[in-house]
Design a protein around this ligand. Sequence first.
Ligand code: FES
Length: 246
Amino acid sequence: MEEQGVKKEELVPIFIMGKRYDVPSSLTIQKAMEYAGYQLIRGCGCRGGICGACGTVYRFPGSYKIEVGLACQTVVQPNMYLAQIPFFPATKRVYDIEKVKPSIETIVKYYPEVLRCLQCNTCTKSCPMDIEVMDYIAAAMRGDIARLAELSFDCVMCGLCTARCPAEICQYNVAILGRRLYGKYILPKAEHLTEMVEQVRQGKYEQMLRELMDTNEETLKKLYNEREIEPEQADEFWEPKDKSFL
Ligand code: FES
Protein backbone atom coordinates (compact mmCIF):
# COMPACT_ATOMS: atom_id res chain seq x y z
CA MET A 1 0.00 0.00 0.00
CA GLU A 2 1.20 3.49 -0.80
CA GLU A 3 1.64 5.79 2.20
CA GLN A 4 0.46 9.36 1.71
CA GLY A 5 3.02 11.26 -0.38
CA VAL A 6 5.49 8.36 -0.34
CA LYS A 7 5.80 6.25 -3.47
CA LYS A 8 6.25 2.58 -2.71
CA GLU A 9 9.46 1.28 -4.19
CA GLU A 10 9.27 -1.36 -6.88
CA LEU A 11 10.40 -4.84 -5.84
CA VAL A 12 12.43 -7.01 -8.19
CA PRO A 13 13.13 -10.75 -7.97
CA ILE A 14 16.72 -11.88 -7.43
CA PHE A 15 18.06 -15.36 -6.67
CA ILE A 16 20.58 -15.95 -3.91
CA MET A 17 21.91 -19.50 -3.78
CA GLY A 18 19.00 -20.49 -5.97
CA LYS A 19 16.31 -19.05 -3.71
CA ARG A 20 14.07 -16.21 -4.86
CA TYR A 21 13.79 -12.98 -2.91
CA ASP A 22 11.88 -9.84 -3.87
CA VAL A 23 13.97 -6.80 -2.99
CA PRO A 24 13.70 -3.02 -3.56
CA SER A 25 15.08 -2.17 -6.99
CA SER A 26 17.37 0.62 -5.75
CA LEU A 27 19.45 -1.60 -3.44
CA THR A 28 22.97 -2.78 -4.12
CA ILE A 29 23.47 -6.56 -4.12
CA GLN A 30 25.01 -6.29 -0.67
CA LYS A 31 22.08 -4.37 0.81
CA ALA A 32 19.62 -6.64 -1.00
CA MET A 33 21.21 -9.67 0.66
CA GLU A 34 20.80 -8.02 4.03
CA TYR A 35 17.22 -7.05 3.14
CA ALA A 36 16.65 -10.73 2.33
CA GLY A 37 17.84 -11.67 5.82
CA TYR A 38 21.48 -12.61 5.26
CA GLN A 39 23.98 -11.47 7.83
CA LEU A 40 27.23 -10.66 6.05
CA ILE A 41 30.10 -11.86 8.17
CA ARG A 42 32.46 -12.55 5.26
CA GLY A 43 32.50 -11.08 1.78
CA CYS A 44 31.89 -7.64 3.19
CA GLY A 45 34.44 -5.07 4.23
CA CYS A 46 34.57 -1.39 3.41
CA ARG A 47 31.14 -1.16 1.69
CA GLY A 48 32.67 1.56 -0.44
CA GLY A 49 34.23 -0.20 -3.45
CA ILE A 50 37.75 -0.15 -2.01
CA CYS A 51 38.56 -3.42 -0.22
CA GLY A 52 37.56 -5.95 -2.87
CA ALA A 53 35.98 -8.33 -0.34
CA CYS A 54 32.60 -8.49 -2.07
CA GLY A 55 33.41 -9.92 -5.52
CA THR A 56 30.21 -11.37 -6.95
CA VAL A 57 29.29 -13.30 -10.08
CA TYR A 58 25.83 -13.49 -11.58
CA ARG A 59 23.94 -14.62 -14.62
CA PHE A 60 20.60 -13.84 -16.16
CA PRO A 61 18.33 -16.71 -17.25
CA GLY A 62 19.03 -17.82 -20.81
CA SER A 63 22.29 -15.87 -21.05
CA TYR A 64 25.66 -17.54 -21.61
CA LYS A 65 27.49 -14.62 -20.08
CA ILE A 66 28.91 -14.59 -16.58
CA GLU A 67 28.63 -11.07 -15.22
CA VAL A 68 30.74 -9.70 -12.39
CA GLY A 69 30.47 -6.87 -9.92
CA LEU A 70 31.33 -5.65 -6.46
CA ALA A 71 28.28 -6.40 -4.31
CA CYS A 72 28.59 -3.09 -2.48
CA GLN A 73 28.54 -1.09 -5.72
CA THR A 74 26.31 -3.02 -8.11
CA VAL A 75 22.60 -2.31 -8.03
CA VAL A 76 20.29 -5.31 -8.34
CA GLN A 77 18.56 -6.13 -11.59
CA PRO A 78 15.54 -8.37 -12.06
CA ASN A 79 16.31 -12.10 -12.23
CA MET A 80 19.95 -11.97 -11.27
CA TYR A 81 21.17 -15.39 -10.19
CA LEU A 82 24.06 -14.47 -7.98
CA ALA A 83 26.81 -15.95 -5.86
CA GLN A 84 29.50 -14.24 -3.88
CA ILE A 85 33.08 -15.36 -4.36
CA PRO A 86 34.95 -15.94 -1.12
CA PHE A 87 38.59 -14.95 -0.82
CA PHE A 88 40.18 -16.75 -3.73
CA PRO A 89 43.27 -18.89 -2.97
CA ALA A 90 46.23 -17.28 -4.69
CA THR A 91 49.98 -17.64 -4.80
CA LYS A 92 51.81 -14.77 -3.18
CA ARG A 93 55.57 -15.04 -3.39
CA VAL A 94 57.82 -13.74 -0.64
CA TYR A 95 60.68 -11.37 -1.54
CA ASP A 96 62.73 -8.66 0.08
CA ILE A 97 61.99 -5.46 -1.81
CA GLU A 98 65.40 -4.09 -0.79
CA LYS A 99 67.12 -6.94 -2.63
CA VAL A 100 65.23 -7.20 -5.91
CA LYS A 101 65.64 -5.22 -9.12
CA PRO A 102 62.91 -3.51 -11.17
CA SER A 103 63.35 -5.86 -14.11
CA ILE A 104 61.67 -8.58 -16.10
CA GLU A 105 63.97 -11.11 -14.38
CA THR A 106 62.39 -10.28 -11.04
CA ILE A 107 58.87 -10.65 -12.38
CA VAL A 108 59.65 -13.98 -14.02
CA LYS A 109 61.57 -15.26 -11.00
CA TYR A 110 58.66 -14.74 -8.61
CA TYR A 111 55.75 -15.19 -11.00
CA PRO A 112 56.97 -17.40 -13.90
CA GLU A 113 53.34 -18.25 -14.66
CA VAL A 114 52.88 -14.82 -16.30
CA LEU A 115 54.56 -16.38 -19.33
CA ARG A 116 51.64 -18.78 -19.61
CA CYS A 117 49.28 -15.90 -20.47
CA LEU A 118 47.15 -16.88 -23.48
CA GLN A 119 45.94 -13.33 -24.09
CA CYS A 120 42.35 -14.53 -23.93
CA ASN A 121 41.32 -11.30 -22.16
CA THR A 122 39.09 -13.16 -19.68
CA CYS A 123 40.81 -11.33 -16.81
CA THR A 124 39.95 -7.92 -18.24
CA LYS A 125 36.36 -8.99 -18.86
CA SER A 126 36.14 -10.26 -15.27
CA CYS A 127 37.33 -7.06 -13.65
CA PRO A 128 34.60 -5.09 -11.86
CA MET A 129 36.93 -2.07 -11.78
CA ASP A 130 37.27 -1.99 -15.59
CA ILE A 131 41.03 -2.41 -15.36
CA GLU A 132 42.92 -3.56 -18.45
CA VAL A 133 44.23 -6.62 -16.61
CA MET A 134 45.50 -8.47 -19.68
CA ASP A 135 47.39 -5.36 -20.75
CA TYR A 136 49.15 -5.03 -17.42
CA ILE A 137 50.12 -8.71 -17.54
CA ALA A 138 51.50 -8.03 -21.04
CA ALA A 139 53.49 -5.12 -19.54
CA ALA A 140 54.79 -7.51 -16.85
CA MET A 141 55.90 -9.95 -19.56
CA ARG A 142 57.83 -7.12 -21.26
CA GLY A 143 59.33 -5.97 -17.96
CA ASP A 144 57.60 -2.59 -18.32
CA ILE A 145 57.21 -2.00 -14.59
CA ALA A 146 55.94 1.59 -14.95
CA ARG A 147 53.10 0.51 -17.25
CA LEU A 148 52.28 -2.46 -15.01
CA ALA A 149 52.03 -0.13 -12.00
CA GLU A 150 50.02 2.48 -13.86
CA LEU A 151 47.45 0.10 -15.37
CA SER A 152 46.91 -1.83 -12.14
CA PHE A 153 46.67 1.18 -9.85
CA ASP A 154 42.90 0.90 -9.21
CA CYS A 155 42.99 -2.85 -8.42
CA VAL A 156 41.00 -3.73 -5.27
CA MET A 157 42.24 -7.34 -5.23
CA CYS A 158 38.79 -8.93 -5.35
CA GLY A 159 40.29 -11.99 -7.07
CA LEU A 160 37.73 -12.30 -9.87
CA CYS A 161 40.47 -12.20 -12.56
CA THR A 162 42.37 -14.97 -10.79
CA ALA A 163 39.23 -17.03 -10.36
CA ARG A 164 38.71 -17.12 -14.11
CA CYS A 165 42.23 -17.14 -15.58
CA PRO A 166 42.82 -20.33 -17.64
CA ALA A 167 46.59 -19.84 -17.28
CA GLU A 168 46.20 -19.80 -13.46
CA ILE A 169 47.99 -16.49 -13.04
CA CYS A 170 47.32 -14.49 -9.90
CA GLN A 171 47.22 -11.14 -11.66
CA TYR A 172 46.73 -8.94 -8.62
CA ASN A 173 49.80 -10.25 -6.80
CA VAL A 174 51.92 -9.69 -9.92
CA ALA A 175 50.54 -6.16 -9.93
CA ILE A 176 51.46 -5.62 -6.27
CA LEU A 177 55.04 -6.66 -7.04
CA GLY A 178 55.04 -4.23 -9.97
CA ARG A 179 53.76 -1.31 -7.89
CA ARG A 180 56.25 -2.03 -5.11
CA LEU A 181 59.13 -2.09 -7.59
CA TYR A 182 57.83 1.08 -9.16
CA GLY A 183 57.46 2.91 -5.85
CA LYS A 184 60.82 1.77 -4.57
CA TYR A 185 63.05 2.15 -7.63
CA ILE A 186 61.41 4.14 -10.41
CA LEU A 187 59.09 6.81 -9.05
CA PRO A 188 61.05 9.98 -8.25
CA LYS A 189 61.44 10.43 -4.51
CA ALA A 190 58.98 12.88 -2.97
CA GLU A 191 61.42 15.26 -1.31
CA HIS A 192 58.71 17.31 0.34
CA LEU A 193 57.43 14.12 2.00
CA THR A 194 60.89 13.32 3.40
CA GLU A 195 61.10 16.86 4.77
CA MET A 196 57.64 16.64 6.25
CA VAL A 197 58.36 13.30 7.95
CA GLU A 198 61.50 14.80 9.46
CA GLN A 199 59.54 17.81 10.73
CA VAL A 200 56.95 15.47 12.27
CA ARG A 201 59.76 13.53 13.95
CA GLN A 202 61.15 16.72 15.40
CA GLY A 203 57.77 17.58 16.92
CA LYS A 204 56.99 20.60 14.77
CA TYR A 205 53.26 19.75 14.62
CA GLU A 206 52.84 18.46 18.16
CA GLN A 207 51.26 21.65 19.49
CA MET A 208 48.96 22.01 16.46
CA LEU A 209 47.75 18.42 16.83
CA ARG A 210 47.01 18.90 20.50
CA GLU A 211 45.00 22.03 19.70
CA LEU A 212 43.03 20.13 17.04
CA MET A 213 42.27 17.35 19.50
CA ASP A 214 40.73 19.94 21.83
CA THR A 215 38.66 21.56 19.06
CA ASN A 216 34.91 21.02 18.70
CA GLU A 217 33.37 19.18 15.76
CA GLU A 218 31.97 22.25 14.03
CA THR A 219 35.32 24.04 13.91
CA LEU A 220 37.00 20.84 12.76
CA LYS A 221 34.56 20.56 9.84
CA LYS A 222 35.17 24.20 8.92
CA LEU A 223 38.94 23.71 9.01
CA TYR A 224 38.62 20.57 6.92
CA ASN A 225 36.47 22.21 4.26
CA GLU A 226 38.79 25.19 4.00
CA ARG A 227 41.98 23.17 3.90
CA GLU A 228 44.57 23.67 1.21
CA ILE A 229 44.27 20.94 -1.44
CA GLU A 230 47.22 19.86 -3.56
CA PRO A 231 46.54 20.06 -7.31
CA GLU A 232 45.95 16.70 -8.97
CA GLN A 233 48.99 14.89 -10.27
CA ALA A 234 49.38 15.10 -14.01
CA ASP A 235 49.85 12.00 -16.18
CA GLU A 236 53.61 12.45 -16.24
CA PHE A 237 53.47 11.31 -12.60
CA TRP A 238 53.83 7.82 -14.05
CA GLU A 239 56.70 8.67 -16.35
CA PRO A 240 60.01 7.89 -14.69
CA LYS A 241 62.59 10.58 -15.34
CA ASP A 242 65.49 8.16 -15.29
CA LYS A 243 64.75 5.41 -17.81
CA SER A 244 68.27 4.06 -18.04
CA PHE A 245 67.48 0.86 -16.17
CA LEU A 246 64.24 0.05 -18.05
S1 FES B 1 32.79 -4.31 0.62
FE1 FES B 1 34.74 -3.40 0.11
S2 FES B 1 34.71 -3.36 -2.08
FE2 FES B 1 32.72 -4.02 -1.55
